[in-house]
Every structure is written in structure tokens, then in C-alpha cells.
Design a protein around this ligand. Sequence first.
Ligand code: ADP
Ligand code: MG
Length: 225
Amino acid sequence: MIVECIDICKSFVHGTRTDQILFDVNFSLDAGEYCAILGPSGSGKSTLMNIIGCLDKPTSGTLILDGEDVSTRNENQLADIRLQKIGFVFQNYQLLAYQSALENVALPLTYAGIGRKQREEMAAEALRKVGLEHRMKNRPSEMSGGEKQRTAIARAMINHPKILLADEPTGALDSRSGNQVMELFEALNEEGVTVLMITHDLNIAKRAKRRVRIYDGILSQEVEE
Ligand code: ADP
Ligand code: MG
């Protein structure tokens, strides 16, 4: 198992009030799976993805990633785990506005301590793989939404993460660009990458090989068709 969530709860404190957002979430993902978490807006999808992606910590419960209990890790340790094991794709791309596609894709390699020439070669190869060899020098403002998301996918995959986490990856895209993103995920999963995608869109969720549903912070297993 590459991801195991055991009785994960998450609450946010607002002044004197505490809002519980996730309720005893139990979820596991095997290496090589392509799974979608489907749920409406506000159901706790991004909160759960941020916990699985080590961007946030559960209030209680255990998260095991790639055989390692990460629930008790500190911020620095979580940053290392993210760098080594997780690739992220977000609805709003999260690209640096004043950097070219090549520089954006190469950025995680800087943190991994790889030299400039090798970084650029690896980033160029990653952009070729997502069909953006003609966009390497362009900044995000010069690219379409679909091109920005494919750049973000190239960046997410540059460190060869064990798991690709995608939060509403097609949420800002037209259907044609969204379809290209889905085709890329399918190709990556064929290559053995574990993909966990979060979406409110059943048609997008149907592209994954397995679905679970979340509603009001409660996760339930397999969605029957
Ligand atoms: P989804 O991604 O399914 O739309 P979210 O996980 O973003 O849902 O949000 C679920 C609920 O948690 C919402 O009511 C939201 O307001 C609340 N929430 C999310 N993040 C925070 C936070 N950092 N502080 C307080 N409340 C939050
Ligand atoms: Mg969300």
C-alpha cells in the first residue's frame, strides 16, 4: 500500500468555534492504482488531499505513506517527503508567473540539488513528454489553460514521485484541454505512476479506475455505477 489513512479527522478552529471537516476517514491506495475521490464543493476533498500530500497535518488519526508513518513528522521532514514522494497538480496550476515553462518545471530539481545544465535538460525532456516542446521559453501568461496544466504536470513528475496528487485538475479547463489532461494521467498510470485525483465531476471521476465518494467529510468506499 502506498497511502493508508486510518481514522483521519481534521478540525479547524475559528476563535471559540471548532469546525470538524473530516470524520474518521479510512482510505487506502495501492501502488499503481488510479483512483478518484468524488464529492461536491465543500465536502472536504482539498482538506483530505492536503493531508495525504503532507501539506497539512490531521488533527487525529494516522497517515502511512509508502510504509512510513508520517503523522508525527515535523515540517522539515514533511517537506522532504513531499519532495521525494509526491507530485502535485492543482486546479489553478500554481506556476510562477515570471518564470518560463522550462524554469517552472526545473524548479523542484533546484531543491533536489541538481546542477543547472542537467536541470534544464531534464525539464526540457519533461516538457517534450507533455507535448510542449514549443512552449519552453514561454511564461504562464503566454500559454493556454491546458498548456499551463500540462506544464504543471511536467513539474509534478520531474522528480519521479511515487504518487501524483491532483486537486480538480480539469476544474478550470475547457473539455478538450481537460481531455488532454486525462489522457496524460492515463499514460502516466500506464507507466506505473499511482494517481489520486480529486474532483466534483462524475465524468472526470469515471476516467479513473476506482472511485470513492466524500460527502460532508465522510468518505465512503466504491461508488456503484
Ligand atoms: P472541497 O475541496 O471539497 O471543496 P475543502 O476541503 O476545501 O472542500 O473545504 C471543506 C470545508 O473546510 C469548507 O467548509 C471550508 O470552509 C473548510 N476549510 C478548509 N480549509 C480551511 C482552513 N484552512 N481553515 C478553516 N476552514 C477551512
Ligand atoms: Mg477543493
